[in-house]
Structures are given as structure tokens and as C-alpha cells.
Design a protein around this ligand. Structure first.
Ligand code: PGA
Length: 282
């Protein structure tokens, strides 16, 4: 089975103090559960300025461990080749970092925005794009999302494209049609993806504590899976579909067991490293 991906979406929460506390607790839990957690692709998407901060904290942490690794291997740090050292440092990173958005242009007069090139430079290897909160509050259309996705791919950043219907759309039983169109138009044409991550997040479930039942999730997963599989190798070599919306340490296991669910996008529960780790261990 492919590695599951668990993404923490901190949204507009936390600063340095919270990041320090989160990381200290996470590192403790990680050491205690290393073997199981190394099987999970964990991605943390804090506010952008914390991507940079986490990146340097993780690097410091990795260097602290190198001495111990060298000892275990009966070597001195100086004995390692540069490449070997770089590999160890990368392996020491418990999770990947991601941003919550990026602009589609590389630079220019876009006050308040960060480009894909910029988020790559501060340490992001993933980016959440087209989250419903951005679509709603920043009027992002599928067309804009598609342009952002293309910009991210050009910087070698893995986009996590969010789709999902509102309560009204679901009540009208138009959810499949709605998500189908959203997906089709949010994926840029002519871009070849090595990997693609889609997050299905019903808007009525985000932050509400309401989780769709297993059949509802399975129905949507099946459709998304079918679209991506039909697109075939010309578009994407590998794809993963996440579920997002009121995921907790209590319901994660059940959701992950649903067919075609390849991981989770976690909002509120990811702000507590204890809950996040529990979800990753589900
Ligand atoms: P939630 O948010 O887990 O707090 O519902 C999920 C999301 O919006 O990504």
C-alpha cells in the first residue's frame, strides 16, 4: 500500500511560541513512535513565516542528531562525505513543510502575496491550493487555482488541490457534478504531474464537527479516482486523494479505511501535536 499522506493545515493560527511548543512535543512523540511515523508522509503547513522558522529549527535538530549517528556508525562527523551528510540531514527531518497558498506569478506588484518561487526558497515542498476559505474569501476561481498549480509545479512544489461542495449544492444533489467541474478546471492543462494530491473537503464539514458518512466519502472518492485514473499517464504518474473536514484523533482511523482515501487534510486537530501524531498513527 502507498504511504498515506497526513497534512496539517494550521490556517491563520500560531506564531513562534506556539511553533516551539508544537515542535518540542512533536519531537518527543516522534522519538517514541519513530518506526510507525516514518511510514507516514507528514506535511505541516503553518502560516508562511513559520515555514522558514520550522525549516531552520528542523535543520538544527538534524545537526544535533548527527553526532549521535556518527557515534553509532563508529565515525566522526568529519569522516562523512558532504553528500552523505546531506542525506542524513534530510532523513532526519520528521516531516515536510508546506505553504497554504502562493501566487501564480514569480514576482511583481502583488501586495501581500508570496510566489511559488518564494515559498520554495523558505522551505516549502508542498502547497495547499484552492482551499474553500481562499476560494470564498479571496474570490479564487478554478482558473486562478489552475494557474497557481502550474506555478507550483514549475518550482518543483507538490500542489494539494482542494475541492468540495457547499451544503446547498449537496442538498440539491449536485455535489458530484460540482466537484467534477471544479476538479477538471482547477487542474491546469498541458502540465505533466509526477504526483498530484487532491483533497476532497466538503465545505459543510470544515470546522463544523460534521463528518460525511462513509458512503458519502466513498462515493466522492470513487468519482475523483475515476477522473484521475482516466486522465492516465499523460497527465499524472501518481495521485493521492485526501479527505478533509473535521478530522479528529477519534475518527481518523475510520475515514482512512474508506476505499480510495490516501490520507487526510487536518485543520483544527493539527494545532495540537499530540492529536496530530495520534491521527498519523491511525
Ligand atoms: P478542520 O479543517 O479539520 O478544522 O475541519 C480542515 C481544513 O479546512 O483543511
Amino acid at each position: 500500500m502507498a504511504q498515506k499522506i497526513i497534512v496539517a493545515n494550521w490556517k491563520m493560527n500560531g506564531a513562534f511560541e506556539e511553533a516551539d511548543q508544537w515542535l518540542a512535543k512533536f519531537i518527543d512523540l516522534y522519538s517514541a513512535n519513530q518506526e510507525a511515523l516514518q511510514k507516514v508522509e507528514m506535511v505541516v503547513c503553518p502560516p508562511s513565516f513559520l515555514v522558514d522558522y520550522f525549516d531552520s529549527q528542523l535543520l538544527d535538530n538534524a545537526f544535533d542528531n548527527i553526532e549521535k549517528i556518527a557515534q553509532d556508525r563508529g565515525k566522526n562527523i568529519e569522516d562523512f562525505e558532504e553528500e552523505e551528510l546531506a542525506e542524513i540531514v534530510i532523513k532526519q527531518r520528521p516531516f515536510w513543510l508546506g505553504a497554504q497558498d502562493c501566487h501564480f506569478e514569480n514576482s511583481g506588484s502583488f501586495t501581500g502575496d508570496l510566489s511559488a518561487e518564494m515559498i520554495k526558497k523558505i522551505g516549502a515542498d508542498y502547497v495547499i491550493l484552492g482551499h474553500s476559505e481562499r476560494r470564498e474569501n479571496h474570490f479564487e476561481t478554478d482558473e486562478i487555482v489552475a494557474k497557481k498549480v502550474a506555478a507550483a509545479v514549475a518550482q518543483d512544489i507538490l500542489p494539494i488541490i482542494c475541492v468540495g461542495e457547499s451544503k446547498e449544492v449537496r442538498d440539491q444533489k449536485k455535489h458530484l457534478e460540482f466537484v467534477y467541474k471544479q476538479l477538471l478546471f482547477s487542474i491546469p492543462r498541458g502540465v505533466k504531474f509526477m504526483r498530484l494530491v487532491i483533497a476532497y473537503e466538503p465545505i459543510w464539514s470544515i470546522g463544523t464537527g460534521i463528518v460525511p458518512n462513509s458512503e458519502q466519502i466513498a462515493e466522492m472518492m470513487k468519482m475523483i479516482h475515476k477522473i484521475l485514473a482516466e486522465k492516465g499517464q499523460d497527465l499524472v504518474e501518481e495521485f493521492v486523494i485526501l479527505y478533509g473536514g473535521s478530522v479528529t484523533a477519534e475518527n481518523a482511523k475510520e475515514i482512512l479505511a474508506i476505499e480510495n482515501v490516501g490520507g487526510l487534510l487536518v485543520g483544527k486537530a493539527s494545532l495540537d501535536s499530540n492529536d496530530f501524531v495520534k491521527i498519523c498513527l491511525s
